[in-house]
Design a binder for this molecule. Structure first.
Ligand SMILES: C[S@@+](CC[C@H](N)C(=O)[O-])C[C@H]1O[C@@H](n2cnc3c(N)ncnc32)[C@H](O)[C@@H]1O
Length: 390
């Protein structure tokens, strides 16, 4: 039975049967046995063994295929983990060279490729300080993929990785950033599951680790917090996962982002995977109202972005047109604050009044506009939730 030809239920059964013993030995044996018995631990095993692959083949990979035509792609994946994303891509592309810093994960990934009858993939494990050089040394690659990885790198690693990959990329090639949480949204859905915690500096976040409902977060980040070296503590927090934003891309790439972003996470394959949340709608509306000059991709709560290195002016114009059209469509879908609302001075209180406030920006008060934004975002969030059936 070839797994890629099976429906999700049948694939789940076959993957579990073929791979559970290997994963128990190589991957889950590293987990705390008590944690493995908890509902969170059991769910974590199912996610690692099966769900990440199913999500990749249902959402991430068809989305990537639409942007860059996987059938002709030669991919280097940095941070392949146990190969869920790797085999889902290998089922459609020319070949994948997949790298990770964790040897047991790479061993499990090799077993996964065998179980999936995938032969066009090569896995390598490398220490963190060598992984980028190893990725850059792969000949003839035209796509670099970081699937759920950027958020586990330090900021220095992120910048160095993005800059170096972009330089090495041939014209027409692409970098795909998939499933990376956005640091600019309020809820930390990736790591702590606590609002705002990911936005706090280490000293404050470490004092509040126990707010998290997740045992794994409390345990891993709690141990990082106890590290006497502030740098090691900080790295420990990042390794569990800390969001990225458009700022890394601005800092690392000497490019206007609207001329290189060709897929942005508002496509159906992604909105059916990550529904649109209130906090990202607020961010989107803020970015639109204040004319923050970056593609709307960077308002999504989970970043799914394909960046193409242009072959020439036509590619740049096509990407710019794509991003402008998206901005216009989203502006129409989520109405904005009236133009100029932010240019008015704040209204001075002039004693109690029962007269209704005049409508529009001439009222000169930001507060009601924010109320409108919140109400609009809430009703938009409800409409989106209805549409995706949540
Ligand atoms: C959430 S997993 C994603 C794995 C896989 N891409 C997937 O989607 O299932 C993140 C991976 O990043 C790897 N990682 C951690 N630090 C890294 C580093 N400095 N360079 C590259 N990968 C790293 C981890 O070992 C882990 O396998």
């Amino acid at each position: 039975m070839i797994i890629r030809e099976l429906d999700d239920d049948a694939a789940r059964a076959v993957i579990t049967e073929r791979l559970m013993p290997t994963f128990l030995e190589l991957v889950f044996s590293e987990w705390d046995p008590a944690f493995r018995e908890t509902p969170e631990g059991k769910q974590g095993m199912t996610v690692a063994l099966v769900d990440r692959y199913l999500d990749s083949r249902r959402h991430g990979v068809p989305w990537l295929d639409r942007a860059i035509d996987l059938s002709s792609s030669r991919i280097v994946e940095i941070g392949c983990g146990t190969g869920s994303s790797t085999v889902a891509m290998a089922e459609h592309c020319q070949w994948v060279v997949a790298l990770d810093v964790d040897q047991p994960s790479v061993d499990a990934a090799r077993a996964r490729a065998v179980a999936h009858d995938v032969t066009n993939v090569e896995f390598r494990s490398c220490p963190p300080e060598e992984i980028l050089a190893a990725a850059l040394a792969v000949a003839d690659a035209d796509v670099f993929v970081l699937f759920a990885v950027l958020e586990h790198l330090t900021v220095a690693e992120r910048l160095q990785t993005l800059t170096s990959l972009w330089e090495a990329l041939p014209r027409g090639g692409a970098i795909a950033i998939i499933e990376t949480p956005n640091r600019l949204t309020y809820r930390d859905r990736h790591s702590s599951e606590v609002d705002f915690l990911h936005l706090l500096p280490d000293e404050l976040a470490f004092r509040l680790v126990d707010l998290s409902p997740r045992a794994a977060y409390r345990d891993v980040v709690g141990r990082a917090a106890a590290n006497p070296s502030p740098i090691d503590a900080s790295v420990g927090r990042v390794r569990f996962g800390l969001g990225a934003s458009f700022h890394e891309f601005l800092a690392a790439l000497d490019e206007p982002l609207e001329e290189i972003v060709i897929a942005d996470g508002y496509e159906d394959e992604i909105t059916s995977w990550f529904g649109i949340h209130l906090d990202e709608l607020l961010l989107l509306q803020y970015m639109l109202a204040e004319s923050i000059a970056v593609p709307c991709a960077f308002a999504r709560s989970v970043l799914n972005v394909v960046l193409r290195k242009p072959t020439g002016a036509d590619d740049r114009s096509a990407a710019a047109a794509f991003n402008a059209a998206r901005r216009e469509a989203l502006t129409g879908r989520y109405p904005l604050a009236p133009p100029g609302w932010h240019d008015q001075p704040a209204a001075q209180p002039s004693g109690p009044s029962t007269a209704p406030a005049p409508a529009g920006p001439e009222r000169g008060n930001r507060r009601p506009v924010l109320d409108v934004l919140v109400a609009t975002a809430r009703s938009a969030a409800r409409r989106v939730a209805d549409r995706v059936g949540r």
